[in-house]
Design a protein around this ligand. Structure first.
Ligand code: ADP
Ligand code: ZN
Length: 609
């Protein structure tokens, strides 16, 4: 009985045939009245895990969500599916919130999105306690945990809900939580005998590429040109200044690029987010402020120009690529400056020592990913506690296995130079000494008289930067003084200096030739798949459907993917439905979408048959 009803909701309302990952088990756990924690990768389909129970159960479902834009998007989306939902948050005027409340009291609303402040506010307590809440969903639940990567104070009080609504099951959802964070979430939320479901973290359609930074704009331009010339993407930078700089540089190069960061006015931000939602081939250059509200499924690439501060952040940000399951790229360049900058930011905060310890550990893991000689995907999955295959065949390490080289002698040169200069200089100066530079700082200090002066002039600066960075990451050397960023030896240094331990490193400095062959292979793959589509005579139909979709979206003032995403359009091309019942076979078409859009899309498809 229950199964039938659930499948009916899945099909009739949302237009899908099967549950994905653990959706089915998660939904059943909730309907059995159990507190439930669902860990599912971004794009895995977390929303349906509470939306379907919400429709199944009598009464209303409360969804606690940290971001206003996310709530608006969900409500808009649900409306298109014919589900009555509202949000209550601080962005609303008095009359808007009164209207929403009246709708709720009328018993028409099935799902209420509300901010943590809203649900905990004493003013609204009486209201929420009397509307027949049957389920509480806590989205982005990693925010309750100090161990998570986006800890939010207002989330910590959500445990109170269990006391206020003792008989209502709670479902917590997140895309990123390692084992420690999972336990912490269930504790913080006072969950009773929680059921935990973890779906695979693997995003097989995302290709991971991590390179050293040489000339960021040039590298980025080459990457986009060769891999994603006609695509939509996100470029993440650490600072607002850099966001502005990179957005301008990309515009100059002829890309449609807009900036996004917390320093822009609310208006500008909303406008650029909107552009990102509705435009084709758009690139948003952003700080991590651009994040949680993004639902666009056809983001083809996410590029990082700076190192994220943890694997969790990296995975969440790169996870915004390819939600529609199609080939996408997570591309990143990094350099020594990143490590120094992030460490410095961390050390100068007044966070407690325990927090810093966690953060240092997370940054180390991030670095280890960059410097890993083995498969990137297997490293990532292992980090999240999943044992996957040793190699994936779809990351830079797998496609072009890195060459290892014996770096022992070079490491000794760097360490000796650090030692001879009394462990009181930063990376730049150390490398200048090794390379025999003649700058004033060196002659003034008579460092040109040292035995190590010029011992490495046969190698370029980049080479020394790379070795030094890896020594730093592996803790063979360390930053001794944060103010001056001066380097010192560690208790591990001796092993290298005495030659007891050999140091094998990933040969960095990807040769240009290598990148070019990889790009050529990719191009072949793309044109091959394009060829296949054209062979079926579907390219024109797809374009026509896309135009229609974009026009309708503009008319209704909706992002185009909310009308239909590309996967639905591709499905229409493949199925070529002739009538309403065939149209219902298309991915993402339920009753409401059939009524709203069935006729116009069927007409267009008809013209091409
Ligand atoms: P998440 O919140 O986990 O990032 P969403 O809930 O936004 O992901 O879902 C991502 C996409 O997958 C949406 O377009 C959603 O409609 C679709 N989806 C969810 N469940 C299914 C399913 N069982 N079958 C097909 N598509 C699904
Ligand atoms: Zn791999």
């Amino acid at each position: 009985m229950r199964d039938e009803k659930l499948l009916h909701i899945l099909k009739e309302t949302f237009g899908y045939d099967q549950f994905r990952f653990e959706q089915y088990n998660i939904i059943n756990s909730i309907l059995d009245g159990k507190d439930t924690l669902a860990i599912m990768p971004t794009g895995g389909g977390k929303s349906l895990c509470y939306q379907i129970p919400a429709l199944y159960l009598d009464g209303v479902t409360l969804v606690i969500s940290p971001l206003i834009s996310l709530m608006q998007d969900q409500v808009m989306n649900l409306k298109e599916y014919g589900v009555n939902s509202v949000f209550l948050n601080s962005s609303q005027s008095y009359s808007e919130s009164q209207k929403a409340k009246a709708q709720i009291l009328n018993g028409k609303v099935k799902i209420i999105y509300v901010s943590p402040e809203g649900i905990l506010s004493p003013n609204l307590a009486g209201f929420f306690d009397n509307i027949g809440v049957s389920l509480i969903a806590i989205d982005e639940a990693h925010c309750v945990s100090q161990w998570g990567h986006e800890f939010r104070k207002d989330y910590t009080r959500l445990g109170e809900l269990k006391e206020r609504f003792p008989d209502v099951p709670v479902i917590a959802l997140t895309a990123t939580a390692d084992a420690k964070t999972r336990i912490d979430i269930t504790n913080q939320l006072h969950m009773k005998a929680p059921q935990i479901f973890v779906s695979s973290f693997d995003r097989p359609n995302i290709k991971y590429m991590i390179l050293e930074r040489h000339d960021e704009i040039k590298q980025l331009d080459e990457f986009i040109k060769t891999h994603h010339p006609d695509d939509t993407g996100i470029v993440y930078c650490l600072s607002r200044d850099k966001v502005e700089r990179v957005a301008q540089a990309l515009s100059k190069l002829g890309y449609k690029a807009v900036p996004y960061h917390a320093g822009l006015s609310q208006n500008e931000r909303a406008m650029n987010q909107e552009l990102f939602n509705i435009e084709e081939k758009i690139i948003v250059v952003a700080t991590i402020a651009f994040g949680m509200g993004i639902d666009r499924p056809d983001v083809r690439f996410v590029a990082h120009l700076d190192l994220p501060k943890s694997i969790e952040s990296y995975y969440q940000e790169t996870g915004r690529a390819g939600r529609d399951g199609k080939a996408s790229t997570a591309w990143m360049i990094y350099g020594l400056q990143d490590v120094v900058k992030l460490s410095q930011m961390l050390e100068t905060t007044d966070a407690d020592e325990n927090y810093k310890k966690v953060a240092r550990f997370k940054l180390d893991c991030m670095l280890a990913l960059c410097e890993a000689a083995a498969c990137r995907r297997s490293y990532l999955l292992r980090y999240f506690g999943e044992i996957g295959a040793e190699t994936c065949g779809y990351c830079d390490s797998c496609i072009e296995p890195p060459t290892l080289w014996d770096a022992t002698v070079d490491a000794q040169k760097i360490m000796s130079t650090i030692y001879r200069t009394n462990q009181s200089f930063g990376a730049g100066h150390i490398i200048d000494v090794i390379r025999g530079s003649k700058n004033a700082k060196i002659t003034e200090r008579r460092h040109d008289q040292l035995s190590v002066y010029g011992i490495g002039k046969d190698q370029p600066k980049d080479h020394w930067n790379s070795v030094l960075r890896q020594l730093l990451n592996l803790n063979y050397i360390a930053i001794k003084n944060w103010e001056y960023r001066s380097l010192g030896l560690t208790n591990k240094s001796q092993e290298i200096l005495t030659g007891k331990l050999k140091l094998s490193l990933r040969k960095q400095d990807e040769s240009v030739a290598k990148i070019k062959t990889a790009a050529k292979q990719d191009k072949k793959r793309i044109s091959k798949s394009k060829g296949a589509e054209a062979a079926h005579g579907q390219d024109d139909l797809f374009e026509a459907l896309k135009d229609l979709r974009n026009r309708l979206a503009k008319e209704k003032n909706l992002p185009s993917y909310i009308v239909f995403n590309d996967k639905s359009l591709h499905d229409m091309c493949a199925i070529k439905p002739r009538n309403a019942s065939e149209f219902l076979l298309v991915h993402g078409v339920g009753q409401n979408k059939l009524e709203n859009y069935g006729n116009v899309f069927l007409d267009t498809i008809n013209k091409f048959s």
